[in-house]
Design a protein around this ligand. Structure first.
Ligand SMILES: Cc1ncc(COP(=O)(O)OP(=O)(O)O)c(N)n1
Ligand SMILES: Cc1nc(C(=O)O)sc1CCOP(=O)(O)O
Ligand SMILES: [Mg+2]
Length: 204
């Protein structure tokens, strides 16, 4: 994939939003977000048809603005919405199976430490998500923060693979993540909780 697409990676679901998700996504894209992941997950997430309906609205926004629309975890929803790709973690559907099913879609895989790295089919995925870099309360089952040292290490191991940092990233610390070797930063709360999305995205 074009690694420039990872530069400002926005992730969100209705559980992260205090106002209309469609409006938040539009503002974020207009301010410069380069790729979007629909992550409807956790105790307050929508389920069933309500999840599909929101996903369809968010997909249409991405189509209008011509940025990739990625689904978190849910391969069935990728089919239903005709998404551009899927992001999975170590305990989700296997990347090899997804690659067989979707030869041309974007596939992202989370890799948080050397043990996970050693068992990951990096050659089957388009990019790696590395985190949590900093402390985060957004993900209910987040691991212990790994710091930017993990980005440096991954970059040494994978000089040519697109890498995006995730977890506790803000306009204040994003540069550190890029300087460590990431191609981009993924954020949820920095944008969904911002009082000025345009300024936040531009600062990122
Ligand atoms: C870009 C990006 N990186 C990492 C993750 C985390 O994926 P995972 O470990 O599967 O955790 P959940 O997001 O499914 O809770 C991600 N979603 N996106
Ligand atoms: C979805 C997710 N995955 C993580 C990982 O470490 O793999 S951390 C995380 C939450 C990121 O939210 P925020 O930008 O609000 O910290
Ligand atoms: Mg997952």
């Amino acid at each position: 994939m074009d690694r420039a697409l990872l530069r400002k990676y926005f992730i969100m679901g209705s559980q992260n939003c205090e106002r209309e998700p469609v409006e938040i996504l539009k503002e974020a894209i207009e301010a410069g977000v380069t790729i979007f992941q629909f992550r409807e997950k956790g105790s307050y997430a929508l389920k069933g048809q309500a999840k599909v309906n929101l996903g369809r609205q968010l997909r249409d926004v991405c189509l209008t603005y011509d940025i990739p629309f990625i689904i978190n975890d849910d391969a069935e929803l990728v089919e239903i919405l005709g998404a551009d790709g899927i992001h999975v973690g170590q305990d989700d559907e296997k990347a090899e199976a997804l690659r067989e099913r979707y030869p041309d879609k974007i596939i992202g895989l989370s890799v948080s430490n050397m043990r996970e790295f050693e068992r990951s089919p990096i050659d089957q995925v388009d990019y790696v998500g590395a985190g949590p870099i900093f402390g985060t309360s957004t993900k209910e089952d987040a691991k212990v923060p790994v710091g930017t040292a993990w980005i440096k290490r991954l970059r040494e191991e994978l000089p040519n693979t697109p890498i995006v940092g995730i977890g506790g990233i803000t306009p204040e610390n994003a540069q550190e993540v890029i300087e460590a070797g990431a191609d981009g930063v993924s954020v949820i709360s920095a944008i969904t909780r911002s009082n000025d999305i345009s300024k936040t995205v531009q600062s990122l």
